[in-house]
Design a protein around this ligand. Structure first.
Ligand code: TRP
Length: 321
């Protein structure tokens, strides 16, 4: 049987190349060999965003972006989290199997509070909702970044507790932490992250993409010095290159005469070219919002079909029917 892989993506603004090479590219390629479940985690975004128009726009655009980047709606199941209300119902049930101590040890909660977010209950119980996402669809594998690893451990803990009480109800999921992928670094050399403003957006205006590329930090090596490849410009460029192309760029860095400006212009051309098909598809979808809504409904239907079955099983197990 195919393994069921689930992933949620928060609609937090423009997707960037770090999102793409960190996760999306892999999800798109996994669609053949496994059963992909993918959703836009707008309930999770609500924990840190209260501008309704912005949330609505970001959610719609995140859905369109992922369609344009290759998430399928026939083979895979792709939906908007809040369109399947079963997830919040299960979340309530699961919260009774979640220890407060476990939640208090959440590093992501502590980080968010340290960064100035208001400590509301949504933020605090965020991992329970995430557990609900994962367990509702009986997922086998959840590919996540290191920052989400603890959430997966909490999910397992909650599922095991429930299964111990009521008998086997949930599939116990496994986190899949992508080990061979190095951290994707941003234009300033830190981890590429929206909150650092150091990203290159996939579908930004060309001028915006160009500005970010021109702002990639370079060192003060002179024209005839050999150049360091352990630097953001080289690292970012390398993600778009096959082995042969990488070798050529590496050789140029090790030969006097390389101009960073030229490399930046080439990187710009490369990025525009790399995503050109996807950009076309995105424009088409943005011009046909009714088609997008139809695809959302299809995803909702497919997701609810499974969600309602799991929830029924849970409610019977817990004596709630
Ligand atoms: N918390 C995840 C993030 O911020 C998003 C998410 C929500 C998720 N529910 C999920 C990821 C379930 C994987 C599985 O990136």
């Amino acid at each position: 049987m195919k393994k069921r892989i689930l992933s949620g993506i928060q609609p937090s603004g423009q997707l960037h190349i770090g999102n793409y090479f960190g996760m999306i590219e892999r999800m798109v390629s996994l669609q053949k060999e496994s059963e992909l479940f993918c959703f836009i985690a707008n309930y999770h975004s609500l924990t840190s965003m209260s501008e309704s128009k912005k949330l609505e726009k970001n959610t719609f655009e995140a859905f369109v972006d992922l369609l344009a980047l290759g998430i399928e709606t026939d083979d895979s199941t792709f939906w908007i989290q809040s369109h399947v209300p079963e997830v919040t119902e299960l979340s309530w049930i699961l919260s009774n199997f979640t220890s407060v101590g476990l939640m208090q040890r959440s590093t992501s909660y502590k980080d968010k509070i340290a960064n100035g977010l208001k400590p509301n209950m949504g933020l605090f119980s965020y991992p329970v909702l995430m557990a609900s996402d994962i367990l509702l669809y009986q997922s086998n594998i959840v590919p996540v970044g290191k920052d989400q690893k603890q959430h997966l451990e909490m999910t397992k803990d909650i599922a095991l507790k429930f299964n111990n009480f009521y008998g086997d109800t949930f599939v116990i999921p496994e986190a899949e932490i992508d080990k061979n992928k190095n951290l994707i670094i941003g234009i300033d050399g830190q981890k590429m992250s929206k909150s650092y403003g150091n990203t290159i957006p996939i579908f930004g205006e060309e001028s915006q993409i160009k500005d970010q590329i021109m702002n990639i930090t370079t060192d003060s090596a002179g024209l005839n010095d050999l150049k360091d490849t352990d630097t953001p410009l080289f690292q970012i460029f390398s993600m778009f290159l096959n082995d042969d192309e990488l070798k050529i760029l590496d050789d140029r860095y090790n030969t006097p005469g390389l101009k960073y400006m030229e490399v930046k212009n080439e990187l710009f051309e490369k990025i525009i070219d790399y995503f050109s098909e996807q950009r076309k598809k995105r424009n088409e979808l943005m011009n046909n919002p009714d088609d997008v809504v139809d695809l959302m409904k299809l995803g909702e239907e497919k997701a609810r079909d499974i969600a309602s079955k799991t929830l029924l099983k849970v409610k019977i197990a817990a004596g709630l029917i």
